[in-house]
Write a protein that binds this ligand. Structure first.
Ligand code: PMT
Length: 408
């Protein structure tokens, strides 16, 4: 892999922990050095059981260290100098144990000491048994590391060395090296304007009543936060919600579907990516009573009949005008999720539909987690496991990067 013109080569400290996936590390070193990066390796004692420091030293052209207190190794470069040296630290493979030690801030060997001492950004490539990855302890650790700004590449789903199938395989060396290039170039999202819609719309019936839905805005706010964190310029068109605006995001508050359509249409031409996660009311009352409708004015035992008219389809509208922009829609489905979403993407004409199964208690409206399928225009469906909405946002933006042709 040669660095693309936008990619910058840099100093990579590659921290290796003790899992079977360490057998892929020599290839990772090869890929990184070939891309022009300077690489230094540090191994946990367990990693030395899976990959030889001598191999890594030969491929990287620099001493591969594994001891914290070895006078020879410390004489070459002290562990604090080594922690200060890199532009980026890559932990590959990152075992459940090393993730737990990172979370706890332990410094009980060279690798964890370097991870605690470094000021450089850290990218981890987890690799472990699927049950270890799914364990609440690991989920909690990964969540806390993400909150501290630790970046993740993988793990990916597939056949695992332990014989199980599922998520837990380390990302391939090519994918890790491509992500390193992207992070060092720092400009994958620079100058990219991302438009996100979030929350539910509120369609007034009279001065106090309205038609709305249970959307909290959490999903769309997570997408906006992640896009901003990646360096994009983000405009968030939000229905009524109590959520606070993520850092670096410009927010436009709207109430009705017509307001949302006006805001989205005004912002869309200047955007390169649009993610429409709002739950837009499909209908609105044909007339809005300026005053509160009084029960007694309706007559004894009279119900209230509402005349509803359709709202515009905002997503279909911008999809028709998209040119070379990437347009992503969401689909809230309660049954036949994938089939319904396939029909929806064909109708709406967007580049991807994120379909959530809203019949689940832990997915869809007003939850902190989501379980989604990413549906392509050709009907291909990628199922993501139950994830936090922040993680769904990450996976979605990884896919957007692919759609934009950014190598990952
Ligand atoms: O906000 P949260 O509590 O976190 O919940 C998240 C969510 C469940 C709202 C979100 O994940 C989601 O599924 N959003 C889409 C909800 C929805 O209205 O789905 P839909 O299948 O009705 O609409 C499909 C797509 O068309 C959506 O992108 C929607 O924004 C868009 N649409 C729908 C109707 C309309 N008149 N105009 C639109 O643009």
């Amino acid at each position: 892999m040669n660095p693309s013109p936008s990619q910058r080569s840099g100093r990579i400290l590659l921290a290796v922990s003790g899992g079977i996936a360490a057998y892929k590390v020599p290839e990772l070193v090869r890929q990184l050095t070939k891309a022009g990066h300077e690489v230094r390796c540090a191994l946990t004692p367990a990693a030395c059981e899976f990959v030889s420091p001598m191999v890594l030293q030969t491929l990287s052209g620099a001493p591969a260290r594994s001891e914290l207190f070895d006078p020879g190794e410390e004489g070459e470069i002290s562990h604090i100098e080594l922690a200060d040296w890199p532009d980026l630290v890559v932990v590959a493979p990152a075992t459940a144990h090393v993730l737990a030690r990172m979370t706890a801030g332990l410094a009980d060997d060279l690798v964890t000491t370097l991870l605690l001492a470094t000021r450089a950004p850290v990218l981890v490539a987890p690799a472990m048994n699927v049950n270890m990855w799914d364990h609440p302890a690991t989920r909690e650790n990964v969540g806390r590391l993400r909150e501290r700004g630790v970046l993740l590449e993988g793990p990916v789903a597939g056949e695992l060395a332990c014989g199980w199938e599922g998520e837990g395989r380390m990302a391939e060396p090519e994918a890790i090296a491509a992500r390193v290039g992207l992070l060092l170039s720092g400009d994958a999202w620079k100058g990219i304007r991302v438009l996100v819609s979030a929350g539910g719309t509120r369609e007034p019936i009279d001065a106090v009543r309205s038609i709305t839905n249970r959307s909290s805005g959490k999903m769309g706010f997570a997408v906006a936060a992640e896009a901003a964190r990646r360096g994009a310029e983000v405009v968030l068109v939000a229905g009524p919600t109590a959520l606070s605006t993520p850092p670096g995001v410009r927010r436009i508050d709207v109430e009705t579907a017509l307001d949302m359509e006006a805001a989205v249409n005004a912002e869309f031409p200047a955007c390169q990516v649009a993610v429409m996660s709002a739950a837009v009311a499909d209908f609105r009352p044909a007339h809005r009573e300026a005053k509160k409708i009084k029960k007694e004015d309706l007559g004894p035992d009279q119900g209230l009949r509402l005349d509803l008219v359709p709202n515009p389809d905002i997503l279909a509208g911008i999809s028709r005008e998209r040119g070379d922009r990437i347009v992503i829609g969401f689909a809230a489905e309660s049954h036949d999720v994938v089939e319904a979403a396939r029909r929806k993407i064909a109708r709406k004409g967007c580049d991807l539909i994120v379909a959530n199964d809203i019949s689940r208690a832990d997915a869809g409206f007003d939850t902190d987690t989501n379980a989604v399928f990413l549906i392509s225009p050709g009907g291909e469906a990628e199922e993501l496991p139950l994830l936090s909405k922040a993680e769904v946002a990450e996976r979605l933006l990884d896919r957007v990067e692919k759609l934009r042709g950014v190598a990952r």
